[in-house]
Design a protein around this ligand. Structure first.
Ligand code: PMP
Length: 404
């Protein structure tokens, strides 16, 4: 076990390093991977469902035929042919884009980092859903942004709340709204079509830039989700996509689609961060898209996750005590659970671990550490039988707390 040592460099760190603290999720991963524990905590895609032999043969073929290119430096904006394929992927969701405006990134996480680097001075305001993605909150904190949460309900971000927040913030430097409109992480909810229109209108009215993060859009269980915001507005929406959930998270290939001027800055920031993107992983994705029935692969992932979502929702209905509520995701990986009044998910986490089940307390998804009554439970990694058992164990813990 790692021991805590005092840090003799504390006085040397830049002020921004003080915002860099370990996320609760990472701390949880250490215990959640113990074999006796059913982990509903992580958001790891189930990559074992990939045809690994085919992927291996594809990688071998790649090195044999284009090894010198794959192992050479590339450009910071990313491989041109991959960027063309990325535009075809986005077209599936209704986005029309030019490969010139795409920047390939090391997962969409790097896009978040580079964009925050470009736009945020310490103290600038970033708007984010309440709750929001923990990895984005960590990045915003690292650049000393002031995150202001905007409430959501089962239809996603509430437009009137956004308007009110923006009105209250007049005079402050509100740099952008960060939103995950489709199959949100952590809440599992999707912004309705009508609200998408309203939010774009509010953005126009308040001259607001939007970062739309959409890693789960293609993993839809019940028909097509509403069109991405970027499909209807290209100048004030920066769109982030990723192959982490539709192909392989370990390759670390994502992208940002940004208006022309922002794209130029993004590429400069990417050059400073890493000189060039990995050609090997980019060509691997390119090869996969070109030679593999890729849409079939997405379909089979979707079927797998739908079955797991169903197992989770059925078990929640069967086992959870009265007063517990949860969202019903139409896609993606996550269910957001609200505990009966008076219960605290953070305080309860060690009891859950003792009962061999892990989840992420809601507090990790709020910049101010609120959210004690909530938790995120994910259905992406455990199989349906494990999910049923995990939910049963979790319900036992909640029942015991309610009965106290
Ligand atoms: N955004 C959201 C909403 C996510 O859930 C994740 C992954 N958990 C990411 C971005 C980062 O994904 P990646 O860097 O693997 O593309």
């Amino acid at each position: 076990m790692e021991t805590t040592r005092s840090d003799s460099h504390l006085d040397r760190y830049a002020a921004r390093a003080r915002g860099m603290v370990a996320s609760e999720i990472r701390a949880l991963f250490a215990v959640a991977t113990r074999p006796e524990i059913v982990s509903l905590a992580g958001g790891m895609p189930f990559v074992s469902a990939l045809p690994l032999d085919d992927v291996g043969a594809m990688l071998q073929h790649l090195i044999e035929t284009r090894g010198a290119q794959a192992l050479q430096y590339g450009s910071a904006q990313g491989d041109p042919e991959l960027r063309e394929r990325i535009c075809e992927v986005m077209a599936l969701e209704g986005i029309t884009a030019s490969p010139e405006d795409v920047t390939v990134t090391v997962g969409s996480q790097q896009a978040l980092d580079l964009l925050t680097r470009i736009f945020i001075d310490p103290g600038d305001v970033v708007l984010a859903e309440s709750p929001s993605y923990v990895g984005a909150l960590g990045t915003f904190a690292a650049y000393q942004a002031d995150v202001v949460h905007v409430p959501m309900d089962s239809l996603g971000l509430i437009p009137e709340a956004l308007r009110e927040t923006l009105t209250n913030l007049r005079g402050r430097r509100v740099k952008f709204l960060y939103t995950i409109p489709t199959f949100q992480n952590p809440a599992g909810v999707t912004l309705s079509t009508a609200r998408r229109r309203e939010i774009l209108a509010i953005a126009e009215e308040f001259d607001l830039l939007i970062i739309e993060d959409n890693p789960y859009g293609l993993l839809s269980f019940d028909g097509h989700p509403p069109r991405p915001l970027r499909a209807d507005e290209s100048e004030r929406v920066i769109y982030l996509g990723s192959f982490s959930k539709t192909f392989a998270s370990g390759l670390r290939v994502g992208w940002a689609l940004a208006p022309h001027a922002v794209r130029a800055k993004l590429v400069l920031a990417a050059e400073s961060a890493m000189l060039s993107h990995s050609n090997l992983t980019q060509l691997a994705v390119r090869e996969f898209l070109a030679t593999h029935p890729w849409k079939e692969q997405v379909k089979s992932f979707t079927e797998l996750y739908r079955e797991r979502r169903d197992a989770m929702l059925e078990s929640l209905t069967a086992h959870m005590p009265e007063g517990t509520t949860w969202t019903r995701p139409g896609g993606g990986f996550f269910v957001w659970l609200t505990l009966p009044e008076g219960l605290d998910s953070k305080a309860m986490a060690p009891l859950a671990i003792a009962n061999r089940v892990a989840y992420v307390p809601g507090t990790g998804f709020y910049a101010d550490g609120s959210g004690h009554r909530h938790m995120r439970i994910s259905f992406c990694y455990p199989d349906p039988t494990q999910i049923q058992e995990g939910v049963r164990r979790l319900a036992e813990v909640i029942h015991a707390e309610v009965d106290l």
